[in-house]
Design a protein around this ligand. Structure first.
Ligand code: NAP
Length: 299
């Protein structure tokens, strides 16, 4: 691997090892293994792959998991009922609702139904609110995984200019909160760009640290970035490629070749942020089982 390529697979493996040791210790003390309930709606192949990767990781670290698949014709009411069943099941510690949902199921409506104490994705407004005011919470997995990468690669964030492109509830917005507020791998001066940002390049060129989470292949090119920038490419896009058996390949939001030429560090796609997201989900599921964020006496 080239000197400036961030190896997300390796760092994620180290994190999973840590979770595996902690799960072993937890079970060794007479507790049942943590349990993750995954909910998959419809038959979107990418979503199926992501849930498969998450349940595989569960097995590897000693977390039990079950996946339920519902048809994409399911109503909001039916989905909420199913979630309430899992909320009330004491044998389930974490609930994972794989996004995106079919158009008629609005994520914000459904996510609020998940018991915030089982919200291992960190998407519930209660957990996002606690993140915003610096209280213990389930930190959303992708942003938390990015901060772990900064820690591992000793990327200094304090006082530096971080530019986040993409302001979704699951990546860009919580990441901007973490980067600007948290003591460890945070305290950066943070700019959050979105679809309505005027002259994106004017902001990006100033970034010491650039994180792109849009879902638009080739959005960022080498000409737009500063020499020595640290680049985290969150985007996962399928572009057709007839030379591959599958007929497509995965790329990020950055034009990798030209951006990597100027970056001091850069994540590849795949093998950068994705494995970290999965590893952080394992960590959150263990925290849920241990009731580390919401102790029982606060329930
Ligand atoms: P999303 O919900 O569609 O959000 C995309 C964000 O980008 C929105 O804030 C949108 O602005 C903004 N945007 C759209 N066009 C833009 C432009 N031209 N310039 C600047 N901002 C623009 O997507 P997401 O769920 O955050 O995911 C983003 C990408 O990351 C996707 O490719 C997804 O597959 C990938 N992803 C990867 C992981 C991982 O583990 N590696 C995890 C999650 C997501 P508006 O809000 O104004 O529309």
């Amino acid at each position: 691997m080239a000197r400036n390529i961030i190896d997300g697979k390796k760092v994620a493996e180290l994190l999973r090892q840590q979770v595996r040791d902690d799960v072993r210790e937890w079970v060794g003390r007479g507790n049942r293994p943590p349990m993750l309930q995954a909910i998959l709606i419809g038959n979107d192949p990418a979503s199926g792959t992501y849930v498969g990767a998450k349940t595989k990781a569960c097995k590897e670290v000693g977390i039990e998991s079950e996946t339920v698949t519902f048809p994409d014709t399911m109503s909001v009411r039916e989905l909420k009922e199913a979630i309430r069943t899992y909320n009330n099941d004491d044998s389930i510690d974490g609930i994972l609702l794989q996004l995106p949902l079919p158009g008629h199921l609005h994520p914000s409506q459904v996510i609020e139904t998940i018991d915030h104490r089982k919200d291992v994705d960190g998407f519930h407004p209660m957990n996002v609110g606690r993140l915003a005011v610096g209280q213990p919470t389930f930190r959303s997995c992708t942003p938390a995984g990015i901060l772990e990468l900064f820690r591992y690669y000793s990327v200094m964030t304090k006082g530096r200019h971080a530019v986040v492109v993409g302001a979704s509830n699951i990546v860009g917005s919580p990441l901007a909160i973490m980067l600007s507020r948290e003591n460890d791998s945070g305290k950066a001066t943070t700019t959050l760009c979105h679809k309505y940002t005027r002259d994106l390049t004017r902001h990006i060129i100033q970034a010491d640290i650039l994180i792109v989470a849009v879902g638009s292949p080739g959005l960022i090119t080498g000409q737009m970035v500063k020499e020595g920038v640290v680049v985290i490419d969150v985007g996962i896009n399928r572009v057709s490629d007839s030379s591959r058996d599958k007929g497509y390949r995965l790329v990020g939001d950055c034009d990798f070749e030209s951006v990597a030429e100027k970056a001091s560090l850069i994540t590849p796609v795949p093998g950068g942020v994705g494995p970290m997201t999965v590893a952080m989900l394992m960590k959150n599921t263990l925290l849920a089982a241990k009731k580390s964020i919401y102790p029982s006496d606060n329930m």
